[in-house]
Design a protein around this ligand. Structure first.
Ligand SMILES: *Cc1c(COP(=O)(O)O)cnc(C)c1O
Length: 474
């Protein structure tokens, strides 16, 4: 299996060769040369599988340059009830992603039972084990540099802590994350985890990461890498839980289900698109956004128009203005025409937009089974309240966005599965506003904020960050 770039001008590579990289050399994203497709008999056999078996069945079709036994061992080590142990009441941790039924035909898929209580652990934990495996083989070193406004940084740190050959330098803003999110990161005592707290806001953190990464000589000399959401292995690993949920919500492979997905960078929805390309009977993929509605606008109108500014909302992990994985979806929509992608993203990268109605491409979107909607702060609070009253279940603000939009597209007789992307414990303010109580939190994390913290506070200064990396990169 080769991987090719959506822009068609980069060399084709194998899975292990794109694992540690970001963008392809032509600025595109890597995708499989063709999606493998499960036969009806194979899907029947998958119905009885547990999470680890399913993960191997799916990922072994996408990864053919890691020996099968090694891949299986990496998967078996990752998807355990111990790692995904923060299952809620009535959920079985051994399911890894338990399906909660609110009422017949309406389900919530718990993706946030991993160490940081957000769905990013689903892929990031596997990524940590894959990175360590590949670096071990090549005797390589990797210094991961990133900026976080909350969920990504903690998921990366918990995935990479204690891993041989890997260090993490994670920039976070002094203000802007919840106390719980700060404590999650700063309470990690592992020697290979470096929390750089920047006196500034998130955008300044991100600018510093860009400036350091643009210094190609520095980047190469210090083995600087990233774990951003365009990473193919992350997207591939996420497609597994679509299969798990489908089998849990249906009795036969003749049935179809729809998924509603709280979306930001389009990584999660892209994983659903891949599962469908691989033969999973998905009726609709419903893209739910918050007030940052660039994706909703596209799926309603055919116009993709990234915004210069991001709005800060009460579902902050979906606050994006450019959906980085969206290019993978449009590549398939455009019949895998790389020249077309180069021209569309040429417009986007010079600050513009594109309209797929112009050449009839947008007509294909409905045929692919896509839908969308957006949500406001008031909708979010209202949904948290309604779900709690009606079903006795507490959901976080991102999951609330997904439920609100999912219900707008619900069809009689088609099970609707809403992705739970975080636990309410991470977003206390919204829960307090909606329900007037503190969110439930795993007992093990009861005194998280009281634990000793390890962090290095510094000015928003590129040179200072570089000096820190040089001194600690080994
Ligand atoms: C990252 C994140 C999202 C958005 O997921 P994408 O894959 O970027 O679309 C939604 N909810 C939560 C809680 C997240 O952490």
């Amino acid at each position: 299996m080769n991987y090719l770039s959506t822009r068609g001008l980069a060399p084709q590579l194998r899975f292990s060769e794109i694992l540690l990289g970001g963008l392809a050399s032509d600025g595109g994203l890597y995708v499989p040369e063709a999606y493998p497709r499960f036969s009806a008999a194979e899907l029947d056999a998958m119905r009885g599988m547990n999470y680890r078996e399913l993960a191997f069945a799916v990922l072994s079709r996408l990864v053919d340059d890691i020996p099968a036994d090694d891949l299986r061992a990496l998967i078996d080590k990752t998807y355990t009830a111990e790692v995904y142990r923060y299952a809620g009441p009535g959920e079985n941790a051994a399911d890894i992603t338990p399906l909660k039924t609110l009422e017949p035909g309406l389900h919530v898929l718990a993706l946030s039972n991993g160490p940081t209580l957000a769905f990013k652990d689903m892929a990031m934990q596997l990524l940590g084990n894959l990175f360590e495996y590949v670096l071990d083989k090549t005797h390589g070193e990797l210094n991961i540099l990133g900026a976080t406004s909350g969920d990504t940084g903690s998921a990366a740190e918990y995935a990479m802590r204690g891993k041989r050959g890997i260090r993490v330098f994670m920039l976070s803003p002094e203000h802007g994350m919840t106390r719980f999110q700060q404590a999650q990161m700063y309470a990690l005592a592992d020697a290979n985890i470096h929390n750089l707290v920047i006196r500034g806001v998130f955008d300044q953190c991100q600018d510093i990461v860009k400036a350091v990464s643009n210094d190609l000589e520095f980047k190469a000399r210090h083995h600087i890498g990233a774990v951003n959401s365009i990473n193919w292995a992350r997207v591939a690993a996420q497609s597994v839980y679509y299969f798990k949920a489908y089998f849990a919500a249906t009795r036969s492979n003749d049935e179809e289900v729809s998924f509603s997905v709280p979306s930001g960078n389009f990584g999660n929805v892209c994983a659903g698109h891949i599962a469908r390309q691989m033969g999973l009977p998905i009726r609709k993929l419903i893209v739910a956004t918050n007030e940052n509605d660039v994706l909703d606008e596209f799926f309603r109108t055919g116009v993709y128009r990234p915004r210069p500014e991001t709005k800060h909302t009460s579902s902050p992990s979906m606050d994006i203005s450019k959906a980085s994985n969206f290019e993978r979806f449009v590549f398939d929509l455009a019949g895998r025409d790389a020249a077309k992608i180069r021209s569309l993203w040429g417009a986007v990268e010079s600050g513009g937009s594109f309209d797929l109605k112009d050449d009839g491409l947008f007509d294909r979107v409905a045929g692919l089974g896509m839908a969308s909607g957006s949500s406001s702060h008031a909708n979010r609070i209202d949904t948290i309240r309604t779900v709690h009253q009606r079903y006795g279940v507490m959901i976080d603000p991102h999951t609330a966005d997904g439920l609100k939009v999912g219900l707008e597209h619900r069809e009689a007789g088609v099970p609707l599965i809403c992705m739970e992307t975080a636990q309410p414990a991470k977003f206390e303010d919204a829960i307090r506003e909606a329900l007037g109580v503190e969110p439930v939190r795993p007992a093990e994390l009861a005194d998280l904020e009281a634990q000793p913290q390890k962090k290095h506070v510094m000015d928003a200064d590129v040179e200072a960050v570089k000096r820190y990396i040089v001194a600690h990169a080994g």
